[in-house]
Design a protein around this ligand. Sequence first.
Ligand SMILES: [Zn+2]
Length: 415
Amino acid sequence: MNAENILILLLVILSFDFVFNKVLEFLNIRSMKEELPEEVKGIYDEEKYIKSIAYARANNKFGLLTSTFSFILSFCLLATGFFGWFDYKVHELIGTEELVSLAFFGLLFIVSDIINIPFQIYDTFVIEEKFGFNKTNTKTFILDKLKGYLLAAIVGGLILFVLLKLITTFGPDFWIYFWIVISIFILIMNMFYTSLILPLFNKLTPLEDGELKDAIKTYSKNVNFPLDNIFVIDGSKRSAKSNAFFSGIGKKKKIVLYDTLIENHTKEELVAVLAHEVGHFKKKHIISGYVLSILQTGFTLFIMSLIIFNPAMSSALGGSQLAIHLNLLAFGILYSPISHFVGIFMNMLSRKNEFEADAFAKETYNGKSLQQALKKLSVDNLSNLFPHPAYVFINYSHPPLLKRLDAMKDDNANS
Ligand SMILES: [Zn+2]
């Protein structure tokens, strides 16, 4: 394929992706029901329900604005050969090829992030604020940004540097070596996320002794869950939204609870939420997720190795000669339809896993408490109760609330 056709293909993919997503979002926002439907009485009161619809609409409107802006910008930058010009400018400043690639991505990252800051500010301090979620102050916001940059520079820079080194050293065979490196990296991140990355942004304190801790310990013992420690994270520093998860790939598991979750739920509901998380572990969802993401990475890298040495890709972006960083950028767009398909498959699997984890919590602890907790979470986070099925099929990693409640109810009738 010549450079001109590649450029057209890139622009078509970008446009199709944009239009497709907008149609889905449109369907999704249209499928919301104005008045409080029968099945959600007892979950939402009238006022909260109206608020949840307004929240979804506000997010949708804002999403339309940001995605249209970024689509037009990307389209123009590609069509005008900006990236080739940018590559040329970076070359003028810096001599060595690998440093050029690093500087190229580093500068692109910083510039695109700075362009995004006004949108992030609006989202956090206007939309989330208006609906009572925002707890972030200016200081936390700025510190988060700076820490994020530092982390991206160190981790992203290092990974990119290794990738470029392997490409120049091994040529088309680079993907096997990089696959090994990245698999080990994902494993390490999984193992040390709670002890290394999370403390950079949040304060973790061990859960104090008391009824809740006893209840969690008793449950863990009952189901043979290798509990190491329970932490409370100060999620309330940023948002009123809540969550819970556990981490650790090895023998010992750490459970992390958001302070906002503890505040709004009873002891039984909290144990039920944890029982759901334990279900993911017991049903081997964690390990199979890890294996799948490694296979997926290998596949992506293999496809990448087939096309990133093609000089026509660089020319398509306006480059005057083969530049690996230009080709990586073009690859990112060319590969996006495939990654969407993979993403749909992963979401299907994830939704199936959620049902299994719910069933596990019901079997080993208490379905009623989990239902109660899910309802509360849904109200507190103002979740959309009636998302469009097509939107769910493509974008949802978790089944919508009513489907989950339904699934737990069906079990009840059978047993
Ligand atoms: Zn889950």
